[in-house]
Ligand binder design. Structure first.
Ligand SMILES: Nc1ncnc2c1ncn2[C@@H]1O[C@H](COP(=O)(O)OP(=O)(O)OP(=O)(O)O)[C@@H](O)[C@H]1O
Ligand SMILES: [Mg+2]
Length: 625
């Protein structure tokens, strides 16, 4: 670390501290008052101890008898100072703790809130592991120096007070203080500078080690089925070894500096006694004063280290703060419009794509984004079902994301009931269109909570109705506690098809007027899949009054659609009924027949985001590494 960058870190670290103080000024004032009180009492206690020794103990020894009144007075003074010191420590600790944990909580909330506001494209560029550490260890690291900060500020006041009182007592002893305290301070600075890069490295390695562990557990199935346990363990062991070395180097540095920090004040005390003995003989000071000053040196050593603690934490704080800032300053959240659609409108919505072009943001800003969709135009008329069919990677999921405005197109418009979706309010969008994604997500919560999602007015009856439509009522009723059964990560594990149906029921419970199903029933067997779609299309029989855009592969499912849009490489190449396309578009016939054939042969066609493919694509990454 060059001195220039370390000065830069110091400057930025102090500005982070400044922000903390501006955000919690009152608590900080309480903590610093406690710390200053403590500091002044430390100085006072040195002088009281000096007075007790010089004015009570020494005369008593000389006389051979102890004055009870003087002794009681001395004891009372020392006791009083101790009590006040306790008050000071209490105020400081409580204030510092409040301040640190309040700031942590506030920034954790801000960061997670920001995650939810940021657009999908931002999330696609940022790994989950990073997001977790931003909200957790980075926020913590940013506010670490807050804990010792009030102590350090109080210590600075105390040092100034100590040196001033030394000058009042005797200039020669003050010179000793002027030599020792700055030296102690400088040693702390050197220590924290040396320590900072080692701590930073250890912190980085800690994150890497937990990242690898996270990945191995997450991919436990791949690791096991592919017999990669040994390699994974080796990968983990290598990083764990680096972390051990980094921590040992931290310990070694501590081993060198800690004794020096302990010894320096003792040397100071020694110097005070030597110089003081001369001054005593010269009659310049009294025994009381000498004892006071010697005592002062011993009690000051510990608080001075608080300054070192703050300095040592600054680089980590700055690094954490930079990462937190990156999230808080990230832009690109979707501006919503102010047009509302009536949520109680009982009629299905009309979805229209007009000349829509879309490209994902490139991973690096200077690369051009490849076009994923071009000139896509189609309509899902109110109450109709349109099937979106196309080979893998043709852009079906992208169309689905555009339909519910997870992303905005670069050209053309997507509209609901004739209103550009960009002009709708967030609530109108959420209340009108529901997407059931290709990868089902189940919260670690009860079935009821997973389906109702705390939306107002969703009763148990509504939940059951939604489950019935999603053909999920059967298996939910068979769960040990019905709607109250915990499902998800730590609850009852559901099969892939059960998860899909639960997420479908979740979408239905909101009574959407447009339902977008992105391959949402791929893990359900073909008969049930067709039954679900047939049920959704029959409002008379309790189905939703919704228009449906459905990404599907199976002939029986597609055949139910009023119209089929056939997509290839992001372009609509054909549209019509299933029968028409089957007869006229060879690519379409090939795709649907190949899929059908594979299922008949008992080899389910690999589906892009099926668990099976998710596993093997994870493997490729593994092997590449
Ligand atoms: N987040 C992303 N960033 C960059 N490119 C992406 C992203 N998601 C998808 N793509 C690319 O966009 C194209 C269309 O992807 P999309 O997921 O829409 O296809 P799909 O038709 O749904 O495929 P599948 O049938 O496999 O689900 C693909 O070429 C894909 O590589
Ligand atoms: Mg897809």
């Amino acid at each position: 670390m060059t001195s220039r960058t370390s000065r830069d870190v110091l400057r930025r670290g102090l500005s982070v501290l400044g922000r903390a103080i501006r955000e919690q000024p009152r608590i900080f004032a309480v903590a610093v008052s406690g710390s200053v009180l403590f500091g002044l009492l430390v100085i006072a206690s040195a002088y009281v101890v000096g007075a007790v020794v010089g004015d009570v103990v020494v005369p008593a020894i000389a006389r051979g008898s102890v004055g009870v009144a003087a002794l009681a007075l001395a004891a009372g003074a020392l006791f009083g100072i101790s009590v006040l010191r306790v008050v000071g420590i209490f105020g400081r600790r409580l204030g510092a703790g409040y301040m640190q944990f309040r700031l942590q909580a506030a920034y954790r909330r801000q960061v997670t809130r920001r995650y939810l506001d940021l657009p999908l494209s931002w999330h696609q560029r940022n790994a989950t592991g990073t997001l977790l550490s931003n909200a957790n260890s980075d926020v913590e690291a940013a506010w670490y120096p807050i804990a010792p900060l009030p102590f350090a500020v109080g210590t600075v006041v105390m040092l100034v007070g100590a040196i001033a009182s030394l000058f009042v007592t005797d200039w020669a002893l003050a010179l000793v203080g002027l030599a020792v305290f700055p030296a102690l301070f400088a040693l702390n600075v050197v220590y924290s500078r040396r320590m900072a890069p080692r701590q930073a490295r250890a912190q980085r390695l800690r994150a890497e080690v937990s990242g690898i562990a996270h990945e191995s557990f997450d991919g436990a199935l791949v690791v096991k089925t592919m017999g990669r346990e040994a390699q994974e363990t080796a990968r983990f062991a290598a990083r764990a070894g680096e972390l051990r070395d980094a921590l040992i180097s931290v310990g070694r540095l501590r081993g060198v500096f800690d004794p020096m920090l302990e010894t320096l004040p003792s040397l100071g005390t020694l110097a005070v006694l030597v110089v003081g003995a001369f001054r005593l003989r010269q009659g310049a000071i009294t025994v009381t004063e000498l004892v006071s000053v010697a005592f002062l040196f011993t009690v000051l050593a510990f608080p001075v280290r608080a300054i070192g603690w703050v300095l040592a934490e600054l680089p980590r704080s700055v690094a954490g703060w930079d990462r937190v800032r990156r999230v808080l300053d990230a832009t690109g959240e979707m501006p919503y419009g102010d047009v509302t659609l009536d949520p109680a409108d009982p009629t299905p919505a009309t979805l229209a794509f007009a000349d829509v072009g879309f490209a994902y943001e490139p991973a690096e800003a200077h690369l051009p984004g490849a076009e994923v969709l071009g000139e896509v135009t189609f309509t899902v008329p109110a109450g109709k079902t349109v099937a979106l069919v196309g080979p893998t990677g043709s852009g079906k999921s992208t169309v689905a994301a555009l339909a519910v405005r997870l992303v905005d197109p670069q050209s053309g418009t997507v509209s609901l009931d004739g209103v550009d979706v960009r002009r709708l309010t967030a609530a109108s969008l959420a209340g009108t269109a529901a997407l059931v994604a290709q990868v089902p997500f189940v919260f670690d919560d009860t079935v009821r909570a997973n389906v109702a999602l705390d939306r107002p007015g969703v009763t148990d009856d509504d939940v059951w109705a939604a489950l019935r439509l999603a053909e999920a009522d059967g298996f939910v009723a068979a769960l040990p506690e019905g709607l109250d059964t915990m499902v998800g990560e730590r609850g009852t594990s559901l099969s892939g098809g059960q998860r899909q149906r639960l997420t479908l029921a979740r979408a239905l419970a909101g009574r959407p007027r447009l339902l977008v199903l992105d391959d949402a029933t791929s893990a359900v067997d073909p008969r049930v899949e067709a039954a679900i779609l047939a049920g959704l299309r029959a409002p008379a029989a309790g189905g939703p009054a919704a228009s449906i855009l459905v990404v599907a592969y199976r002939r029986a499912t597609i055949a139910l659609a009023d119209e089929v849009i056939y997509l290839e490489q992001g372009r609509v190449v054909a549209r019509g009924t299933h029968a028409e396309l089957l007869a006229t578009v060879s690519g379409y016939a090939d795709l649907v027949t190949a899929y059908e054939q594979a299922e008949v042969d008992g080899e389910p066609q690999p589906r892009p985001y099926d668990e099976v493919t998710a596993l093997t694509s994870g493997l490729e990454v593994e092997v590449d590494r």
